[in-house]
Design a protein around this ligand. Sequence first.
Ligand code: NAD
Length: 285
Amino acid sequence: MILDGKKIASDIRGEIRDEVARYKLQSGISPVLAAVIVGEDPASKIYVANKEKACREVGIESRVLQLPASTGTSDLVRVIEQLNDDVGVHGILVQRPLPTGCEESMILDVIVPCKDVDAFHPENVGLVSQGRPRFLPCTPYGIQELLFRYGIETAGQHVVIIGRSDIVGKPMGLMLLQKTKVGNATITITHSHTKELALLTKQADILIAAIGIPKFVTADMVKRGAVVIDVGINRLPNGKICGDVDFDNIEPIASAITPVPGGVGPLTVTMLLLNTLTAAKLNTK
Ligand code: NAD
C-alpha cells in the first residue's frame, strides 16, 4: 500500500479550514503566522512561499519578514521580541538554515513558547518529552497523523528511526514512546555512529528514515511486511526530488510505504497550519 500523504494532508487542511472559519466567526480573530527569513537562500524562499500559500488556502493570515543576509543575532533577536509582543501575531517561525552570523539556538530560544509553532523552544521540547505537549513538532506530528489515519497500529510495534536530528528523529522517538493512541511503541533510534545498522533496521515493524542521503535505505535493510516512512527530501543533479529510501525495490516487500514527493512533505506544512490555529486559540484566551 502506498501511503498517500498528499490526500491525508488535503483532508486535514479541509478540517483546518472549517475550524478556522468557525473560530473566526466565534471570536472575530483571524489566526496570523509570522515567518522570518534571513538572507537569500532559494530553497528557504520556496519553503516560505509554500507555507504562505498553504496559510491562504485555510484562511490563516501570513506575514513574511524578509531580512538581509547581514542580519546579526542581536538584530534578529530584536525582530523576534517585537513579534513576541505583537498581540496580532499568534505563531512565529524562523526559517532555517540561518546565515552563519546568526546563532540558531539563541534565536529559537527567544521565541515566546506559546507562539513557537515549530515546537523548537526548550520548554516545548520538554513538554513533548513529558507527554503533555503544547505544540508537536510538525514533521513527526504529520507522520503520527498519517499512521493514525491509515489505521497503522503502533502499540507494541518496534519502530526503528534512522537519524537523530532535533527536528525529526529525536522528537519522533519521544512521541511514539508516549502512552497515546499513536504511541506505546518500542523505539530504537539509530545514527551515523550506529554499528550493524541493517541488523537493527531489519527488526523494524515500522522503519522511519530521516538521513538526507538519496536511496540510503535498500531492500536488504527492510523486513518483509514492514511499514516504511521516508522523510528524506534530496534534490538529485537532474533536478528531481528523491527520498532516503530505495522506493522501487522496497515497495514490493513493504506492507505500506510513503512516496517522495507526496508522502511526509505535505503533512509537515499541514501540521504547521494546525499549530498556528492552536497558537491563536492559546494566545487569545
Ligand atoms: P540532519 O542532517 O539533521 O540529520 C541526519 C541524521 O542522519 C543524523 O542524525 C545522522 O546521524 C544520520 N545519519 C547520517 N548518516 C548516517 C548513516 N550512514 N547511518 C545512520 N544514520 C546516519 O537531517 P534532518 O533535518 O533530520 O533531515 C533528514 C532528511 O529529512 C533530509 O533529507 C531533510 O531534507 C528531510 N526532511 C524532510 C522533512 C519533510 O517535511 N518531509 C522535514 C525535515 C527534514
